[in-house]
Design a protein around this ligand. Structure first.
Ligand SMILES: Nc1ncnc2c1ncn2[C@@H]1O[C@H](COP(=O)(O)OP(=O)(O)O)[C@@H](O)[C@H]1O
Ligand SMILES: [Mg+2]
Length: 262
């Protein structure tokens, strides 16, 4: 059984290139839904990904998370090749522990308490001991302000609390990259803002790189280091939020921002 000790150490320093994707392409049933995707993320950066529904945002995040296999292209993570020739390389097995993902809808087990939700996979997949799993769960929950709920059942939690627990669950493996796919889309704006604030703190205090698909332009404009605009499966714009919000020469981006702004 795999143990935590056998997982590879992490090398990339804050500010260094953590993820480097080149030429990613993906088709489903003959339709290309991701093409020519070249994408770098730096350790400790928040990258906000925007774009119309169906433009390929989730597909890219899923490719980075190892949940979908592109038909073409390469992905390097923490300085090593983790994807090429349509498949994960051996190095991915260790690097995958450094990548966490959170989804829009609650993916917690409703009948279990928070602690069991967090510790089930690490204990089963890694054979982590009960006491280590509990220690990690406590610190992960503390990071998202949910430690007092460690024994609550998930059905007793509000939507915002559940998403914070979902983030804590992703933190159990001490990820260096956190992929968040519309994690606040089902929440009221003030609750969404609280959840997004957690991400800002994780970036600031832990140096975690975050890629976040969101329609929240207020967050994008104040918290993003990079802003990526997807259009028909391609990265049409990759820039700073300042430039994206003030003087992009991509008309589709301007229209998109106007349509969803604040
Ligand atoms: N497993 C799949 N099988 C077939 N089509 C898919 C699959 N996953 C995504 N698609 C299609 O790919 C396109 C891009 O999807 P997605 O990446 O989810 O877009 P977004 O997240 O920007 O809304 C959509 O048209 C979607 O229907
Ligand atoms: Mg999506």
């Amino acid at each position: 059984m795999k143990t935590l000790e056998s997982t590879a150490p992490f090398h990339t320093e804050i500010g260094g290139v953590l993820v480097s994707a080149r030429g990613l392409q993906k088709s489903f049933h003959g339709r290309t839904i991701m093409r020519n995707v070249d994408f770098d993320m730096h350790a400790g950066d928040i990258t906000v990904i925007i774009g119309k529904s169906g433009s390929g945002k989730s597909t890219m995040l899923r490719a980075l998370a190892g949940l979908t296999e592109p038909d073409e292209g390469t992905i390097d993570f923490d300085g090593v090749r983790v994807f090429e020739d349509q498949q994960r390389t051996e190095a991915w097995a260790d690097k995958s522990f450094h990548v966490g993902m959170v989804f829009q809808t609650y993916t917690l087990w409703p009948h279990m308490n928070v602690l069991d939700n967090l510790t089930l996979a690490p204990r089963k997949r890694l054979g982590m001991s009960g006491s280590e799993a509990r220690d990690r769960a406590e610190s992960a929950l503390a990071e998202v302000g949910m430690k007092q709920h460690i024994l609550s059942r998930c059905t007793q939690l509000s939507g915002g609390e559940r998403q914070r627990v979902a983030i804590a669950r992703a933190l159990m493996m001490k990820p260096r990259l956190l992929l968040c796919d519309e994690i606040t889309s089902a929440l009221d704006p003030p609750v969404a803002a609280e959840v997004l604030e957690v991400l800002r703190r994780l970036k600031a205090e832990e140096g975690i790189a975050i890629a976040l698909v969101t329609h929240d332009m207020a967050f994008a404009s104040k918290a993003a280091d990079r802003l990526v605009f997807f259009q028909d499966g391609e990265i049409a714009v990759n820039t700073t939020p300042e430039l994206a919000f003030t003087r992009s020469d991509n008309e589709e981006l301007n229209k998109f921002i106007d349509a969803v702004r604040f």
